[in-house]
Ligand binder design. Structure first.
Ligand code: NAD
Length: 356
């Protein structure tokens, strides 16, 4: 296959970890006979330095003319957030990018690798049983996108945030979850608050209807409060979780933190036509930027997700994941997941390439 990829490395550790992801993609291209054309463009503070704008038109055009977007991360150090360069950087770049391409589905896989089970924050007998969860979060509707209003009525200030869901939106996200479950352990947990919310009642009804098209998959419904509890009691009992925007926002962070380091956590955002953007779940980590110690695995796994979800390259995806697992099994550790004998960002990238 011949694919064009928009490469937006961004700020902080972005360029360092992106470099390793590109080495992995080069290796996959060579081994499996593909051509990946990289179109580099600036975003965030890096774009500000050149264009005085966090998301310039040139970058938008590069993304529009590509088959997928591979993003690093953007943003400056906490103490400089009010500087002109960094003020509102993430909103003006990444959030605008998400809005521009109407990304309505967010996928976040989280895994406790057996060789890293000590990093899991849970009791060791629970951690040992593993955790491998794909969170499928609706990204474009729900309470974040309804009307927000604060008013004074009879001397009392009242705030309103309106939550709204329609059948079509729920159908789309449910189909994504069931399709993903088919290539995993075929279990979908739909999370809602159907004992209270009208939106959740509709959510449950539509997800149940969609499930009938996937007879080989098992569907369970779970209330959000129970799900938050079960995730720490028995995370190994979950496979694919599908949920609305706000519940997904909260649960995906809970699940990512259970797995250990944010440096291992990739994500994908897709729109209804299947176009996707892939990025690590963490930020630009200014505290460790330019030290050569960032973990490149989240960025490499983001590139792997791009191969799987945008290009249908399942064997290539599996090859990258297997290489990462092997390298971890053999004891390679970056500082965030290791001890005093940690290896550099480039060394971790190199070892993964060798295993592929
Ligand atoms: P962060 O995720 O950048 O860092 C949190 C902690 O995790 C830090 O200690 C950092 O060193 C560590 N960390 C993150 N990625 C790592 C990796 N690959 N390897 C090893 N350690 C890693 O979050 P923050 O400090 O709250 O934010 C820093 C900047 O990133 C801010 O400007 C924020 O706005 C921005 N941000 C951007 C995005 C994005 O680009 N999508 C997302 C979140 C935060």
């Amino acid at each position: 296959m011949n694919k064009t990829i928009a490469i937006l490395a961004g700020d902080g550790i972005g360029p360092e970890v992106m470099q390793e992801a590109l080495k992995v993609l080069d290796c996959v291209a060579e081994k499996f006979g593909h051509i990946f054309n990289y179109h580099h463009a600036l975003i965030g503070g890096a774009a500000w330095d050149v264009h005085g704008n966090h998301f310039p038109d040139e970058t938008k055009q590069v993304c529009e003319s590509s088959d997928a977007i591979l993003l690093g991360s953007v943003g400056g150090p906490p103490e400089k957030q009010m500087d002109e360069k960094w003020n509102g950087c993430e909103i003006a770049s990444v959030l605008c990018l998400r809005k521009h391409f109407d990304f309505n589905i967010n996928l976040r896989p989280s895994k406790v690798y057996p060789s890293l089970s000590k990093l899991c924050f849970l009791r060791s007998d629970i951690a040992k049983q593993g955790l491998d969860i794909l969170t499928v979060r609706e990204l474009s509707r729900g309470i974040y996108f309804g009307e927000h209003k604060t008013e004074k009525i009879k001397g009392q200030i009242i705030a309103h945030d309106v939550m709204e869901y329609d059948e079509k939106t729920i159908e789309a996200i449910a189909n994504t979850a069931f399709k993903a479950a088919q290539s995993r352990s075929q279990k979908v947990t739909s999370v809602d608050k159907a004992n209270v919310l009208e939106c959740s009642k509709l959510w449950r009804e539509v997800v149940t209807r969609v499930a009938m098209n996937y007879p080989n998959c098992m569907l369970e419904h779970m209330l959000i409060d129970n799900c938050a509890a079960q995730l720490v009691r028995q995370p190994y009992s979950f496979d694919v979780i599908v949920t609305s925007n706000m519940f997904g926002d909260i649960l995906s962070d809970e699940i990512a933190v259970l797995a250990g380091s944010i440096g291992m956590s990739p994500s994908a955002s897709l729109n209804s036509s299947g176009f996707g953007m892939y990025e690590p779940s963490g930020g630009s980590a200014p505290d460790i930027a330019e030290k050569g110690i960032a973990n490149p695995i989240a960025q490499i796994l983001s590139a792997a997700m791009m191969l799987k979800y945008s290009f249908e390259m399942h064997t290539e995806y599996n090859a990258i994941v297997a290489a990462i697992e092997k390298v971890l099994e053999e004891g390679a550790r970056t500082a965030d997941i290791g001890n005093a004998n940690f290896i550099s960002t480039t060394k971790m990238g190199k070892l993964i390439v060798q295993k592929i």
